[in-house]
Design a binder for this molecule. Structure first.
Ligand code: HEM
Length: 126
């Protein structure tokens, strides 16, 4: 049998969707993050679901609709400090806890997100 992707391993679209919705509840409530995000996170969450689906080896939903992710470039309009990167990761950690994502697969995904979050930093600490 083919090795399953992390996307399939976590439970596919259903789990990913709960993860992202839970994540943005924490973002919305985070004093350092909420000011740089739009008031209405519906579209942000929709794009993040598309992106993470492909990031985790599922179908390339983000690229089909928006083209190459160019994530660092797309984040340039927002001041992403090291402390905002940590805050983003802490919201993701809480969301992973709440959807019950555990074990080696969780660690693998979190490590990749940690790398990507640090790569988004574009502003020194205030
Ligand atoms: C968009 C912040 C890290 C994926 C955004 C937006 C903000 C933001 C403010 C714009 C929201 C909107 O206008 O709808 C941050 C901060 C991060 C971070 C503070 C801390 C390091 C990441 C990481 C990923 C990611 C690690 C991927 C794993 C995305 C995607 C979008 C996005 C896919 C939508 C891009 C689009 O408009 O097409 N982020 N982000 N972000 N972010 Fe992040």
């Amino acid at each position: 049998k083919e090795e399953q992707s992390p996307f399939e391993g976590i439970g596919g679209q259903e789990t990913l969707s709960r993860l992202v919705d839970t994540f943005y509840i924490h973002v919305k409530n985070h004093p350092e993050l909420s000011p740089i995000f739009p008031e209405d996170l519906t579209e942000t969450a929709r794009k993040q679901k598309q992106f993470l689906t492909q990031f985790l080896g599922g179908p390339p939903l983000y690229t089909e609709e928006h083209g190459h992710p160019r994530l660092r470039a797309r984040h340039m309009p927002f001041p992403i400090t090291p402390s905002r990167a940590s805050a983003w990761l802490s919201c993701m950690k809480l969301a992973m806890d709440e959807v019950g994502l555990e074990g080696p697969l969780r660690e693998h995904i979190f490590d990749r997100l940690t790398f990507t979050a640090h790569h988004m930093v574009n502003t020194p600490e205030e």
